[in-house]
Design a binder for this molecule. Structure first.
Ligand code: ATP
Ligand code: MG
Length: 157
């Protein structure tokens, strides 16, 4: 098994130079202890790296990105208790019509920011693939003009 909170601490450490460069404050909540699930360390590191990197890129300079861990939650469509990690930004959000397509390979919302920030449009496709392999869920919520929240929901076993 792997310690998701420890993974999040290391992802925040390794992305903090990028966050600083973009003038974004990274805030990690609820990850002081150890929260273990069955899973692959490198793959889950990739998942949270991609999500936090997106939040920094698209969340808007001068704003905050918060990463919040919730243990033993009850989630719709999950059979048992789950571990949920919310990666939330305060950016422009994503229009509803794009949300179902975000995890398709090479799909990018045609905004200034996507074009100017660079990237290939594979990040969320990889996230989705890895979460599926862990029998988890990816939930995307967005409020136009207010920001987005990407929730990773992982079963304990
Ligand atoms: P890559 O991750 O391969 O470097 P990318 O970031 O463009 O490139 P994805 O991570 O798959 O690709 O994201 C797809 C698209 O979803 C992005 O281009 C962007 O338009 C949109 N997107 C992703 N995360 C956010 C977010 N937090 N806020 C607003 N839009 C987002
Ligand atoms: Mg990306």
């Amino acid at each position: 098994d792997v310690d998701v909170s420890a993974i999040l601490r290391s992802v925040v450490l390794s992305l903090s130079p990028f966050a600083q460069k973009q003038n974004v404050a990274l805030v990690l909540e609820g990850a002081e202890g150890s929260d273990r699930v069955m899973g692959d360390q490198d793959q889950l590191t990739q998942v949270f790296t991609n999500l936090v990197e997106n939040a920094i890129k698209y969340g808007g300079a001068g704003r905050q990105v918060s990463i919040c861990v919730a243990a033993h939650t009850q989630e719709p469509t999950m059979r048992g208790p789950a571990l949920r990690v919310d990666v939330a930004d305060q950016g422009e959000g994503i229009a509803q019509e794009h949300i179902p397509r975000l995890t398709q390979r090479f799909y990018r919302v045609d905004s200034h920011r996507s074009r100017e920030m660079g990237g290939t449009g594979l990040g969320l496709a990889i996230v989705k693939h890895i979460i599926n392999r862990h029998r988890g869920r990816l939930r995307i919520e967005s409020y136009a003009g207010k920001g987005s929240c990407f929730s990773v929901i992982l079963p304990y076993e």
